[in-house]
Ligand binder design. Structure first.
Ligand code: PFF
Length: 460
């Protein structure tokens, strides 16, 4: 996929498609963000709602994005321009490019933390430290003005370099080995976490839904996170879909990626929450949850030194395969719509996003007191992109699929590489025409305070 000529290259194999799409989906969202927001929004009930959104909204929208991408063979903006000429649908693509800028700016910061933790792990820096010390070290690190910025820039440099060289050679090859390895490490951590004394409370917190803890904000975050985790709503899978060959079975691809992404998030939750309770950490401690909890686990397990190094290396790799997919949305747009050279498009986007990232990083410390609606710059970008822009993008994509693109063309695209029964197609149509748009609209209105779902409930 490098160079202007080969821009419309396709992934080389079926596995390459899965590796790239799952590589995009599986990332910090699963291992860093999912456990921390599940902790903030009360555990089991949040997980329950999240899984519902994944199934009823995430999966159909993932399939929609893949269809739009492969049919049009264009970037997120160009795809709509081609499939719906002279209409306003193309602005969905602009929304997506904006979301890509915002997401990658804060994503790079967290990935930078992960790189720092590789170094900490290498020198066995978690050894003989109390849970309190681990937490203090983390806070001091993220608030400091130099190191986190430097690591964020290093991460962005790596991301930019891979996107310039092309995804196929590097990423396809390495994700094949590294992703399964990540799963193995998480399962080992799961076993260790479950065997800790006092772990049952964590499992109960994660799997026992207490719906009284659910808030409008929690429901909005569950929806936003379903989009974030599956890389939906901003054209990432339209862009990747445009590189998928016609003989690929898109329905199977969508199902496999969704299942893999969800399993990894739940496995990460099983590694974190038992340990959170066993070490007396607050489940709602926020973005630092993984970075504070897991070092405590590593410290207590045989071979913890090696596992901690491996874990943070793999977390960084998982972040990298997601980050390149975000940058690719912007680069594909710049090259195809603004006629920029791939190299310059990547350099320009990487520099601009890195700059926003520096502000994000500094908003943890130096700029801590500058807040917008009670959120610092980092939280603001995270909140607006994941909870507003991605669901809004998803809403528009589902309307496009269900009401503009239509059943006939959908069937034709899906049958290029597989078979879809009429009943299944009808379910899909029902989901994208009615369920997804109505549910997203209600959650968006409720979560932003414009509508109160209680108005529709029977009075107690
Ligand atoms: N899905 C990625 C994760 O869970 O870490 C993050 C992400 C990638 C979000 C691509 C959005 C996107 F378009």
């Amino acid at each position: 996929m490098s160079g202007k000529q080969s821009k419309r290259d396709s992934f080389s194999s079926k596995f390459g498609v899965i590796a790239a799409a799952a590589g995009s989906a599986v990332g910090l969202g699963n291992i860093w963000k999912f456990p921390y927001i599940t902790g903030v929004y009360g555990g089991g009930a949040f997980l329950f709602v999240y899984l519902g959104f994944i199934l009823a909204i995430g999966l159909p929208i993932m399939l929609s994005e893949l269809i739009i991408g492969r049919k049009s063979k264009r970037n997120a903006f160009g795809a709509f321009k081609k499939l719906a000429p002279k209409s306003v649908w193309k602005y969905i693509g602009i929304l997506g490019v904006a979301a890509a800028f915002m997401i990658l700016s804060f994503y790079g910061v967290i990935a930078g933390w992960s790189i720092e933790y590789i170094f900490m792990a290498v020198v066995d820096g978690f050894k003989d430290t109390s849970p309190g010390e681990i937490s203090t070290t983390f806070t001091a690190f993220i608030e400091s003005p130099v190191k986190p910025v430097a690591f964020q820039l290093l991460f962005m440099l790596l991301t930019g370099a891979i996107v310039i060289v092309g995804i196929r050679k590097g990423i396809e090859k390495y994700t094949k080995i590294l992703m399964p390895l990540l799963v193995v490490i998480i399962i080992i951590l799961d076993i260790k976490a479950i065997s800790l004394k006092g772990s049952e409370a964590g499992l109960k917190f994660l799997f026992h839904p207490d719906f009284s803890k659910l808030t409008g904000e929690g429901i909005l975050s569950a929806l936003g996170h379903a989009f974030f985790s599956l890389s939906l709503g901003m054209g990432t899978l339209i862009t990747y879909g445009s590189y998928i060959r016609n003989d690929n079975n898109l329905l199977n691809t969508a199902i496999q990626v969704t299942v893999a992404d969800t399993i990894i998030a739940v496995l990460a939750g099983i590694a974190i929450f038992p340990a959170v309770f066993a070490f007396g950490i607050e489940p709602n401690s926020g973005p630092g949850l993984v970075f504070i909890t897991l070092p405590n686990v590593f410290q207590q397990m045989p071979g913890g030194h090696i596992f901690s190094v491996l874990f943070f290396v793999l977390l960084t790799v998982a972040a990298l395969t997601s980050a390149i997919s975000i940058l690719e949305v912007v680069v594909a747009y710049f090259t195809e719509e603004l006629n920029m050279k791939r190299k310059w498009a990547t350099v320009f986007a990487t520099i601009f996003i890195s700059f926003l990232g520096i502000i994000c990083s500094l908003s943890m410390g130096v700029f801590k007191n500058h807040s917008f609606y009670n959120l610092n710059f980092f939280d603001l970008l995270d909140w607006v992109s994941a909870n507003i822009l991605l669901p809004l993008g998803g809403l528009l994509i589902s309307l496009f699929m269900g009401w503009y693109f239509g059943r006939k063309k959908i069937r034709k695209e899906l049958e290029k590489g597989g078979h879809i029964g009429s009943a299944l197609l009808s379910i899909f149509m029902f989901l994208v025409r009615f369920i997804a748009p109505v549910a997203i609209a209600m959650v968006l209105l409720h979560g932003t305070g414009l509508l109160d779902l209680k108005w529709f409930m029977p009075a107690k």
